[in-house]
Design a binder for this molecule. Structure first.
Ligand code: DP6
Length: 407
């Protein structure tokens, strides 16, 4: 039996992917670009074991056994990685060497997120990236990350970007077979370590439209999406890459907010419309703009972005984070003990956090621009930063026991 355990990170796009030109191969209608967030805060962890004794492939997701045969996207990832392993085994045989025939063994997969799925945080990207990366390690594949990203893409589009740390572009490609639709690293996490993120988990009981379903309604009905694909994204991709290379937070922040807004505009332009933002999400947008208006030199201090749900992700330089956390905690107070756990030790006590936010000397700050929201409107604040790509863990971290069953 061979067993490997790995983790993969969450990524949050600053130029959004929304729309497929091929739903089977998961080929997008535009390029996208994301920031990889620290696995110390959020990750998917996956253990995979392969053994000739196993009678069939089995999968446990967040503690519950699932029928692997019903998951076409995961099946694509197994098929592709097994084919690459089989090639390695054949090549070895031709050289007169023997590789364990892992490609013909069944596998047991156990995967869990270190964050509650109920929090509505994107888990498909980290989950599918962890699956493909762990399979690649299990099979000793020699392919580079971009080649693996082509496989992860077929599990979930945004997963291809979670195979790299730092700043990652998913190049849409133009070929029908998808061979040139893959992720590339724009800059590693070490390039801009001051860039941090605050995830505001916005409570929302309602079940929204899934990304997969929503984006095809947009492709089929939104004329604004066509303008976005042809005119807007190509220009923004070039500007965003330049901003990242130059660590230019002004351009990065403005583009991030505009692109999030346009993504939600194409959702509204979808017929019937799709709504992902709620009143709390919109109030966070307003407060970020109000906060930026306090900047004495007119420079942006923070940028928000929203995926297919109401949670806000605020990107900002490290130096502004303390102030931003106080600002959000003031207007959107928590109601639970785990509201904010302060992983980077910015505050000496919770008293610091709840003390009224007063942007010192900033006359421009309109304290009444929004009301203080009811406690719990934002249920958690997760402080994180840009960080590395998937990690291989030691055997002691395995989620499977010696029989290949969940521990
Ligand atoms: C709004 O990658 O979840 O987060 O490819 O159908 O699995 P599928 O969709 P998914 O879509 C993510 C959309 C987004 C924007 C982004 O991450 O770029």
């Amino acid at each position: 039996m061979k067993t490997v355990t790995c983790t993969a990170p969450v990524n949050i796009a600053v130029i959004k992917y929304w729309g497929k030109r091929d739903t089977g191969l998961i080929l997008p209608t535009n390029d996208s670009l994301s920031v990889t967030l620290s696995q110390d805060i959020l990750h998917s962890k996956t253990t995979i074991s392969a053994a000739k004794e196993y009678s069939h492939d089995r999968l446990w997701l967040n503690g519950k056994e699932e029928d692997i045969t019903k998951n076409k996207r995961m099946h694509n990832c197994f098929r592709e990685t097994r084919a690459l392993r089989q090639q390695l085994e054949q090549d070895a045989a031709q050289r007169g060497e023997t590789l364990e025939p892992l490609s013909s063994y069944h596998v047991h997969v156990c995967s869990e997120n270190n964050f509650p799925t109920a929090a509505g945080l994107a888990s498909s990207a980290s989950g599918l990236a962890a699956l493909v990366f762990t399979l690649a390690k299990l099979f000793d594949l020699t392919n580079n990350m971009s080649e693996l990203s082509r496989i992860a893409r077929q599990g979930s589009g945004s997963a291809c970007r979670s195979l790299f740390g730092g700043f990652v572009a998913w190049e849409m490609g133009s070929k029908d077979d998808g061979s040139d639709s893959l992720a590339v690293q724009v800059a590693p996490e070490t390039h801009w370590p001051e860039l941090e993120a605050l995830i505001c988990v916005v409570s929302d009981e309602k079940k929204g439209t899934s990304s997969t379903e929503g984006m095809q309604h947009t492709v089929n009905t939104s004329p604004l999406l066509q303008h976005r694909i042809k005119e807007v994204v190509p220009v923004r991709m070039a500007e965003m890459k330049k901003a990242i290379h130059e660590r230019d937070f002004q351009t990065f922040a403005a583009l991030t907010m505009k692109d999030s807004n346009q993504f939600h505009a194409v959702c509204l332009d979808t017929y019937p419309p799709i709504f992902y933002l709620n009143d709390t999400s919109r109030a966070i947008m307003k407060i970020v703009h109000e906060y930026n208006a306090t900047s004495p030199d007119g420079k942006l201090k923070a940028a928000y972005t929203y995926d297919a749900g109401p949670n806000a992700v605020i990107y900002a330089p490290k130096e502004n984070m303390r102030e931003i956390i106080q600002l959000i905690a003031h207007y959107f107070p928590g109601s639970a003990d785990n509201y904010f756990v302060d992983p980077y030790k910015l505050f000496t006590s919770t008293q610091d956090l709840v003390s009224d936010f007063k942007p010192a000397g900033h006359a421009a700050f309109n304290e009444n621009s929004i009301p203080v929201f009811p406690a719990g409107s934002v249920s958690r604040l997760l402080h994180t930063k840009t960080d590395d790509g998937p990690r291989v863990l030691g055997q002691e971290e395995s989620l499977l026991n010696e029989q290949g069953l969940p521990k």
